[in-house]
Design a protein around this ligand. Sequence first.
Ligand code: PGA
Length: 249
Amino acid sequence: MQQYIIGNWKMNGTKAEAQKLATGFLSRIQKANRPLPHIVLCPSYPYLVPVIEILKDSPIEVGGQDAHFEKSGAFTGDVSVTQLADVGCKYVIVGHSERRHYHQESSSIIRKKIEASMKLGLRPILCIGESIEERKAGKALNVVASQLISDLPDSFTPHDLLIAYEPLWAIGSGHVPTLEEVEEIMGLMKHELSARISGSALVPTLYGGSVNAQNAPDLLALPHVDGLLVGGVSLKLDEFWEVINASQR
Ligand code: PGA
């Protein structure tokens, strides 16, 4: 499977910075002389349209960082999956730990977001992962397996979905699990998915949490890692480009 490198810009930057980054990635893509992975950029809402405008004729795709599952309505401050699709987004991050933590998002809400996105052809990137306490208590595998059960809808087509394993303690911390730990969890995710749905090998499983240019090559060489979800480093043109170039397939 062609790998995925997804940049989650979070609540960062200005319109001018977003445009500069998008233009920078576009010019690197145009000069690239090797096969590239799928590249997806996820700016904050106000910068989606300017970034989509810049990237519209390029292979780089754009995603939202979250969305409301209702099509429209009295939900002040929210943006719907329908609106994301309307402006040209192809992906949406769902269930990021920052949404679960700061916005108390439950599995039932996450599941509705996944269902609503899939209906519109917007591919959800479901984020799951354990806390440091859960990891220390030896519960990481159980937590990830139960999140898969509680967050995913009962039925879905495998190629509509991506799943990112992002241990909470690795996000923005500079700490990354060992390659063995990543591979163990990714293997479990593949196994759980195959028990659940036929064609599950089509679901890309990504790693996220303190990815940088140094650790990307080893992570991307792991057999079960189909890509990376990158936060901080995706705002740095040169380093993110190195991450993209570390893709193996
Ligand atoms: P990070 O964030 O790469 O800055 O650790 C990853 C994420 O939250 O998706």
